[in-house]
Design a protein around this ligand. Structure first.
Ligand code: ADP
Ligand code: MG
Length: 359
């Protein structure tokens, strides 16, 4: 794309010149035509780059894509296991994981397990603050451990119901926490497996969730970090559904397309059962009606994802979540508002739309 810099610079100079001479319609028209030609050139260049992209796996994926001994799979006891993932940060993965858990547990009354696989621990901090707890143990490490015994691991889940009489609680939900120790643990488990073999590190969570000790859970919600970590791979291999939250802006749209390509490359090799539920628009201006710009971005995402995965509409317009102060807030700061009655009400439309797609 070497030519774009100089061409843009030339167009800029022409623009300035034309601006100065704006009174002359002929120059303005010339400038407009020039811009249109530039846009066309950029589009052509993007298209040819796209066609040149090798179909090979990206290097970071190779270790994960090793042929799997187990592929097609159904849980013994049916349950929805939902990964919330995107390789872009700040799009609302954690917020949506927390709000969806609160909605499904407290409003739908389904027994829900929430798993934090992001060692930065935002989701865990949010819930621990809600419970008024300061401990920062990392229990989700056990979900990917070679030596994991299902009944012992199950005991490590933290109930989010809070003390009796407390209104700071989320009903019917348990949590596995993540903090920085998860990082080293993930690398160790992955390295040991690729060096020594043994029980497949990619399917450890799936085995646990399929065990009797975890039978009580109807729904599992997994907050993934923005990369293919050992936790993310376990989440995808164990999941029945994937939700990709995204902001409706151009950079986020590119990130969604990139992420979908990576998912598609691994899917047939290691998690063929995973179903993309959709791309969830977050922080839109108004949930019920997109702005013209948001609409254009949604169209573009639909078009590009269709080229990768087939299908039709991937953007879950009916589930869009608006930017609102009740949904926002820093987990490390004051008590998070995402579990307040106002936040649960703000999330109701999204929660209902997701439920309709699931059941
Ligand atoms: N619908 C929303 N309205 C307002 N703020 C939001 C909304 N969704 C997310 N945020 C805020 O945006 C920031 C990033 O969200 P987060 O859930 O941490 O993203 P991710 O997990 O993808 O990195 C946080 O400060 C969060 O409070
Ligand atoms: Mg997060």
């Amino acid at each position: 794309m070497d030519f774009i810099g100089p061409v843009t610079a030339i167009a800029g100079v022409l623009g300035a010149l034309a601006g100065a001479l704006g009174a002359y319609p002929a120059i303005a028209k010339y400038q407009e035509e020039k811009r249109a030609r530039l846009r066309e050139k950029i589009d052509e260049q993007l298209e040819s780059e796209r066609q040149e992209q090798p179909a090979d796996l990206m290097p970071a994926q190779i270790v994960w894509a090793t042929t799997a001994s187990e592929q097609s799979f159904q849980y013994r006891k049916s349950k929805a296991v939902i990964s919330i993932a995107n390789f872009k940060g700040g799009v609302g993965k954690t917020t949506i994981s927390a709000a969806l858990a609160a909605y499904i547990g407290s409003v739908k009354g389904k027994k829900t397990l929430v798993i934090d696989f992001d060692y930065q621990g935002s989701l865990s901090l949010m819930f621990m603050r809600m419970l008024g707890r300061r401990d920062r143990t990392s229990t989700s490490t056990k979900l990917i451990s070679r030596d994991a015994q299902s009944s012992t691991v199950r005991e490590l889940a933290t109930s989010l119901s809070g003390p009796a009489g407390s209104n700071a609680c989320v009903s019917n939900c348990d949590l596995f926490t993540a903090f920085y120790p998860l990082d080293t643990h993930e690398t160790t488990e992955m390295v040991n497996w690729s060096r020594d073999g043994g029980n497949d590190v990619r399917y450890r969570l799936r085995h646990l969730l399929d065990s009797r000790a975890f039978d009580e859970y109807d729904v599992v919600i997994i907050d993934c970090p923005p990369r293919f970590s050992t936790g993310t791979i376990n989440a995808l291999c164990a999941s029945t559904h994937l939700i990709i939250p995204s902001i409706m802006d151009i950079l986020s749209a590119e990130a969604v397309v990139y992420f979908c390509k990576q998912i598609e490359q691994l899917k047939s090799r290691i998690f063929p059962n995973l179903q993309l539920l959709g791309i969830l628009p977050n922080m839109v201006y108004r949930a019920e009606r997109f702005t013209q710009r948001e609409d254009q971005i949604a169209e573009r995402i639909d078009g590009e994802v269709r080229r990768i995965l087939g299908g039709d509409q991937w953007v879950m317009r009916e589930a869009a979540l608006a930017r609102s102060s009740v949904m926002g807030g820093d987990a490390g700061d004051a008590a998070p508002s995402v579990f307040s009655a106002a936040a649960i009400a703000a999330f109701a439309r999204t929660g209902l739309a997701i439920s309709k797609r699931l059941w």
